[in-house]
Structure formats: structure tokens, C-alpha cells
Ligand binder design. Structure first.
Ligand code: HEC
Ligand code: HEC
Length: 345
């Protein structure tokens, strides 16, 4: 009996020794670019997502301590089940129940985009988180406070030390890890994707085929490529809302020629992301299409694509609208909104 115990004891000693010799490798994650997507816009070489960096970014994304009241995390406004939009909110809704003036856009395929926010306030994903964190009506916090809170947390210290070579809890690493999380957020497995890639599950009905053809003819000049945006700022003819007086791109450039221009949004998962437009003015896709056919308003900066022989808007019959909506529904990506990698944990 004694001998057996000694043997078991020895076994544990060896096992423990093995454990302490073990050097953890922080694996670089593979970012697969879907075959129907354009090239990456994000400089992945400068900040390749790693296993630990990604998990750190994910923890930060869902951490209310990034805001002044300890409650409003990025994930508070960007909810996965609606493609990371804020379901049921026309305007962003932040600390102390304050409302912003713009609708929360989806987060998906940001590694393929070069402009962020409705007016393109930044072109750099790595700098993006500073905007909501320091915005008074969103997270209402300072970067100094956020970093101090994180530095005081041993779990974060451990993650930073394993995620980055210098191991430091600093702004640079903080921003890099959030980018590592967000660049992995690729939505590319909708029925439409399977249809264009000829994969199983991609059989289109006649109505969907018709809708796609109409879309390519009437919408794809602006909602370009399989990202469904050209990342340009355009005025699509929404009548300005005097109570908001949102000048759009002009806010960033100061140019009157940019007045009322907003970034062309991606239409992926659009079935889930209502209300629509920068100010969430439309509650349904029917309302959006009725706007394009009958509601486009003239102004100095209205996009020329929406003026045909002096007629404003896009000519659409009721049947055509129905077909386009059927097509838009094929852009819903259930795998993306249920992907456990992006869930709160
Ligand atoms: C209070 C709600 C709210 C919170 C909290 C919030 N966001 Fe947002 N997010 C928005 C709104 C609203 C916009 C659009 C802002 C604009 O156009 O001015 C936006 C835009 C974005 C975009 C740009 C998407 C695109 O394609 O243009 C990204 C990326 C993003 N947020 C990531 C984050 C991250 C990361 C955090 C946490 C650090 C965060 N957001 C916190 C509401 C929020
Ligand atoms: C001239 C360029 C242009 C054309 C053509 C165009 N769009 Fe848009 N679309 C935009 C812009 C710009 C916005 C954002 C406007 C804003 O919020 O101020 C937008 C917004 C949308 C939205 C709201 C998305 C969201 O997340 O809020 C939908 C849906 C949409 N368009 C569908 C279509 C459809 C369908 C067609 C064709 C019938 C079409 N668009 C044609 C430029 C265009």
C-alpha cells in the first residue's frame, strides 16, 4: 500500500513539473477572407489577432467599466442578436439614460471598411473606441479612468501580459485588443453568400432571384460589392429633420458640399437592424422602399444617381419592392448572430 502511495505521489510530482515547464503559446488566429469578399482594408500585419488578444478584446467589449456608470459597455448598444445594433432604439442610448442623435449601426466586416460612423469621424478602427468612451451621452468616461480601472484588475493584468510582447496595460494595447476582436467579426454565411458561392443552403426562390437582379440594377451603385457599401458619403434624399439638424459629413469636413451626406451603410443582416437610416426614421424595409420610390427630396447635394430625367428617386412598382425585400432577407446570417466566439461570457 505504502509503495503504491509513493508511486502515485511521484506521478503527481512529475505531472506538476511538466506543468510549470509548459510555456503558453499565444496562437495567431487565422482570418479567412470569404471568396466573394474584396481585399482586407485593415492592416492585419500591424496587429494580427491572437487567441489571447481576441479574448481580451471580447472581455473589454462587454465590460461596463469602460463607461462612467459601470454599466454601459460596447455590447450594451451593440447586441449580437440584432447584428450588433441596439434593438428597439431609434437613437443611441448611453449613460444616465441620455440619448444621442444617431441610430446605432451594425458591427460586421469592419476589417473591410475604411470609414467608421455615419459621418466618417475616423478612418482608423484602432482609434475608434475612444469616440464612444469619451462621448458624454454614450459612455461618458475618460481614457485615463478606464485604463486605471483595468490596471487595478488582476484578471486583466494577466490577459494583457499574455496577449502582448511588452505585456503592458496601456492605451495602445487596449485599442489593439478591441480591434483584434472586431476584425474577426465577419458575417459571410447568409443564404445570399451561399448562393453566390454555389454552396449548399443557397437555393434562391424565383422571387429572390428577381429581387437580386432589381437590386443590382437599382441599388448596387451605392450598396456596392458583397460588403454592400462603397464606403462613400452620399445624400440619398432624406428630408432633413430640423429638430436634429444633423449635417452629416459636413460635421467632419466643414464643407457645405458635404451637407446631409452620410456613409452608405452595409445592408447585411438588414432584416434585423431596424429602425433604419442615420436617425432611425424608418421602422420597416417597406417604409425604406416607399421612401426611395416616392419620398426622395431635392437639395443641392442630392446624389445624382437619384435624379433620372429630372425625376427624383428610384422607380419601383409594388411587386418590385416585394422582390427586393425578399432578396434583402437573404442577407440575414444566422451563423453570425449565433456565433459563440462573439458572445458575452
Ligand atoms: C451608447 C451606445 C453606444 C455605445 C456604448 C457604443 N457604441 Fe458604437 N456606435 C454607436 C452609434 C450611435 C454609432 C454611430 C455613431 C455616429 O455615426 O456618430 C456607433 C458606431 C460604431 C462603429 C462604426 C460602425 C460603422 O460601420 O461605421 C463601431 C466599429 C463601433 N460603434 C464600435 C463600438 C465599440 C468598440 C464600443 C465600445 C468601446 C462602442 N461602439 C460603444 C452606439 C454605441
Ligand atoms: C445614391 C446612393 C444610394 C442608392 C442608389 C441606394 N442607396 Fe440605400 N442608402 C444610401 C445612403 C447614403 C444611406 C444612408 C442614408 C442616411 O442614413 O442618411 C442608405 C440607407 C439605406 C438603408 C438603411 C440601412 C440602415 O442600416 O439604416 C436601406 C435599407 C437601403 N439604403 C436600401 C437601399 C435599396 C433597397 C436601394 C435600391 C432600391 C438603395 N438603398 C439605393 C445610398 C443609396
Amino acid at each position: 500500500m505504502k509503495n503504491i502511495l509513493i508511486i502515485i505521489g511521484l506521478f503527481f510530482l512529475v505531472a506538476c513539473n511538466d506543468d510549470s515547464d509548459y510555456v503558453e503559446v499565444n496562437e495567431v488566429l487565422t482570418l479567412e477572407i470569404p471568396s466573394n469578399f474584396p481585399e482586407l482594408a485593415y492592416d492585419i500585419e500591424s496587429n494580427p489577432p491572437t487567441e489571447v488578444g481576441f479574448e481580451l478584446g471580447r472581455k473589454l467589449f462587454y465590460d461596463g467599466n469602460l463607461s462612467s456608470n459601470g454599466f454601459v459597455s460596447c455590447g450594451f448598444c451593440h447586441e449580437q442578436n440584432t447584428a450588433f445594433t441596439h434593438h428597439g432604439h431609434q437613437f443611441s442610448h448611453g449613460v444616465d439614460d441620455q440619448e444621442g442623435t444617431r441610430n446605432t449601426p451594425s458591427i460586421q466586416n469592419v476589417a473591410f471598411k475604411t470609414k467608421f460612423t455615419w459621418d466618417g469621424a475616423t478612418e482608423f478602427l484602432d482609434l475608434f473606441p475612444i469616440i464612444p468612451i469619451t462621448n458624454e451621452v454614450e459612455m461618458g468616461e475618460t481614457m485615463t479612468n478606464v485604463l486605471a480601472k483595468i490596471e487595478a484588475d488582476s484578471e486583466y493584468q494577466d490577459l494583457f501580459s499574455r496577449a502582448f510582447d511588452d505585456g503592458e496595460v496601456n492605451l495602445d494595447n487596449f485599442l489593439k485588443s478591441l480591434s483584434q476582436f472586431m476584425v474577426m467579426m465577419i458575417s459571410s454565411n447568409s443564404k445570399y453568400d451561399k448562393y453566390v458561392r454555389g454552396e449548399e443552403g443557397g437555393d434562391f426562390s424565383d422571387l429572390e432571384v428577381e429581387g437580386l437582379a432589381l437590386f443590382q440594377n437599382k441599388c448596387a451603385n451605392c450598396h456596392v460589392s458583397d460588403i454592400f457599401t462603397d464606403d462613400a458619403f452620399r445624400n440619398n434624399g432624406l428630408a432633413p429633420d430640423p429638430s436634429l439638424n444633423d449635417l452629416g459629413r459636413e460635421t467632419v469636413t466643414g464643407l457645405a458640399t458635404d451637407r446631409y451626406k452620410f456613409k452608405v451603410p452595409s445592408l447585411r443582416n438588414v432584416e434585423l437592424t431596424e429602425p433604419y437610416m442615420h436617425d432611425g426614421r424608418f421602422g420597416s424595409l417597406e417604409a425604406v422602399l416607399n421612401f426611395y420610390s416616392d419620398g426622395v427630396t431635392a437639395s443641392d447635394t442630392l446624389d445624382e444617381l437619384l435624379i433620372n430625367d429630372e425625376v427624383l428617386g428610384i422607380a419601383l412598382t409594388e411587386d418590385e419592392k416585394e422582390a427586393i425585400i425578399a432578396f434583402l432577407y437573404t442577407l440575414t446570417d444566422d451563423e453570425y448572430i449565433n456565433d459563440e466566439r462573439f458572445e458575452e461570457f
